[in-house]
Design a protein around this ligand. Sequence first.
Ligand code: GDP
Length: 302
Amino acid sequence: MGEGLARPEGGRVPPVHPLVPPGEGRLQDLASVVNALEESGPDEVYNLGALSSVARSWSQPELTAEITGIGTMRLLEALRLTGLSNRVRFYQASSSEMYGRALTSPQDETTPFWPVHPYGMAKVFAHHTTVNYREVHGMFAVAGILFNHESPRRREEFVTRKISRAVARIALGLEDRIALGNLDARRDFGYAPEYVEAMWLMLQQPAPDEYVIATGVTHSVRDWVEEAFRVVGIEDWRRHVGHDPKLLRPTDITELRGDATKAASELGWRPRTSFQELVATMVQAELEAERSLLSDAGAAGA
Ligand code: GDP
């Protein structure tokens, strides 16, 4: 699939799966989306296409609105125009970033949205559009409101991957310091593969709905740093961590915490990976990747 249509977090092309015929389309271009849908004839459509970096959404606000917001409407329109909307089940990747400066905590499906950046605003537009196409056109259109979901496939512009990679490199003596912004921000961090299971479960239900997917537990960015250094056996982590004011955001969300009670009771979904296991998984993956690069370089130099 082309950029902006179905390329997931990480910006990498997903591995070809026998049940997912490859196709090419752009969320900025209705005709290409129609073609991609007609060529692939899907039963389920998962709209993970977005400009998904909060920080970048300030420097590219219009493109964020265009792909993340209008792009979702374009995909829904393409489903409607092709007639596929009568049988296709549609998943919209809504985001906890829509809650922004949330008035209540934890956030659930009834909490009002108060987005504080262009990415959040675009996701709110896409979310309401999804619900509206369900109500007006009778589509099986579902929105999953996923809180932060992390894995080694995260791009490095997200803080968890950035920290995990830097800590692995510091442990191997390849780097000495990492510069970070706001260490006090608290997020509800879960393990991405489990969140993908939740997405699939939502499309197997008898009726379309909205669901929050979250662990219900928050940790600060500082907690992530401390835990990552603990994994590699470094206690005095402070001497490796610097502060870069350029990484502070004009409006940052202090804390997001999700209440996934509805997903537990209706989908039978529960998070299974603890914060400690999640951090360890990501740091171990970076250690393995760095070691294999080192051994490739060693073999090439031999
Ligand atoms: P987000 O929750 O989707 O915005 O995910 P991010 O991983 O981009 O950011 C999570 C939190 O980490 C935000 O509150 C950021 O302000 C904070 N943060 C602190 N230092 C950094 C950094 O160097 N990079 C990023 N991306 N975020 C940082």
